[in-house]
Design a binder for this molecule. Structure first.
Ligand code: NAD
Ligand code: WQD
Length: 341
């Protein structure tokens, strides 16, 4: 049982991880500036876990606030989710991505070093593999960014490797997530994108619930079984549990660990549409549209190393991912925002 600072803990993956951390008996302080989340998420995390957490509203670029949160919380480890993640926005405004993600992480690491806190789990992404040279993707696949968002993840991974080389007392876990989807089984927390969703499953869910008329399927002429893009969708609760396991591994042994968190199974866009229709009992009308620039045909993980290193593997299948996403969407059609009638 440890005291843990969770940056970005009010967000989609962070909130689900907080539930798992509290369930595992950890004491947590969430540090989040709420630029892409709402405090209601944390109220619900505490309801699900039936335990309380501490919350500090702050920005990871604010060194003084970070030092204070690290000292007050007594944290011995940090799980670092805070960051911006919209690929399209990062192309339009790269500097804000470098500032928020790269400068923010550098600020966090130096505050941690000053407080003697040297255990960190970091949210990286399969985006660091760029256009796959082979599938499934293993951790030793060459790294390459195809957009500024991906470049910030690459720079941060490099910064963490350099830090570990300079001082092997650091315990660093770099987790490369594939495509997180789904929601907590309670239906109380889930993904709550602001504006039109960039990602497939939240868009499909909003079509099913009647918030949007149809899905645009971006390309049906890829070299895949049905012509639509194939991805490795992973249930967010499986992902959250991966963080608890990674933390335990790092606490047992100082190292710099790099692992994929995925299922190893690829599903196409149309597989997802059909599974969601099945889970929700609602139609998901779609129209085929041109390919989205920057998309690849297929992308899925080799998750073997995560099992070997962490004893972790994804347990929830496609049906559960869609059923849980639908329970959340149906109970909260406008996410955490309550709309007056
Ligand atoms: P999210 O936007 O829901 O959560 C991020 C949280 O960080 C939000 O609560 C936001 O308010 C907070 N935040 C952002 N900038 C901050 C700052 N400067 N200071 C303090 N708080 C800040 O996103 P998510 O989907 O939960 O993603 C979490 C992490 O996982 C991100 O680093 C993201 O890049 C990474 N990731 C996400 C995906 C995905 O598809 N969701 C895939 C791979 C990696
Ligand atoms: C999945 C598939 C689309 C929306 C992105 C980021 C990546 C990572 C995860 C953070 C593709 C198709 C989508 C729609 C569609 N994030 N699609 N219509 O592109 O694999 O990855 O999120 O690290 O960095 O790039 O996920 O959910 O956007 O798309 O047809 O309205 O669904 O073309 O084949 P992607 P996605």
């Amino acid at each position: 049982m440890s005291k843990i600072l969770v940056t970005g803990g009010a967000g989609y993956i962070g909130s689900h991880t907080c539930v798992e951390l509290l369930g595992a008996g950890h004491e947590i302080t969430v540090f989040d500036n709420l630029c892409n989340s709402q405090p209601e998420a944390l109220a619900r995390v505490q309801r699900i876990a039936d335990k309380s957490l501490h919350f500090v509203q702050g920005d990871i670029r604010d060194r003084v606030a970070l030092l204070q949160a690290l000292r007050t919380s007594g944290a011995t480890a940090v799980i670092h989710f805070a960051g911006l993640k919209a690929v399209g926005d990062s192309v339009k405004d790269p500097l804000s991505y470098y500032d928020n993600n790269v400068v923010g992480t550098a600020c966090l690491l130096s505050a941690m070093a000053e407080c003697g806190v040297k255990t960190l789990v970091f949210s990286s992404s399969a985006t660091v593999y760029g256009d796959p040279q082979f599938l499934p993707l293993t951790e030793d696949h060459r790294l390459c960014a195809t957009n500024p968002y991906g470049q910030t993840k690459l720079v941060i991974e490099g910064m963490l490797q350099d830090l570990y080389r300079s001082d092997p007392d650091w315990r660093i876990g770099i987790l490369r997530y594939f495509n997180p989807v789904g929601a907590h089984v309670s239906g109380l927390i889930g993904e709550d994108p602001q504006g039109p969703p960039n990602n497939l499953l939240p868009f499909v869910a909003q079509v099913a619930v009647g918030r949007r008329a149809f899905l645009s399927v971006w390309g049906d002429d890829y070299d895949t079984p049905d012509g639509t893009g194939v991805r490795d969708y992973i249930h967010v609760v499986d992902l959250a549990q991966g963080h608890v396991k990674a933390l335990a591994r790092l606490q047992a042994q100082a190292q710099c660990l790099v692992v994929n968190l995925g299922t190893g199974i690829g599903y196409s866009v149309l597989d997802m549409v059909r599974a969601f229709e099945q889970a929700s009992g609602k139609p998901v009308p779609y129209k085929v549209a041109p390919r989205r620039s920057g998309d690849v045909a297929s992308n899925y993980a080799d998750p073997t190393l995560a099992f070997e290193q962490l004893g972790w593997r994804a347990e929830r299948g496609l049906e559960t991912m869609c059923a849980d996403a639908w329970r959340w969407q149906n109970a909260n059609p406008n996410g955490y925002t309550v709309v007056a009638n």
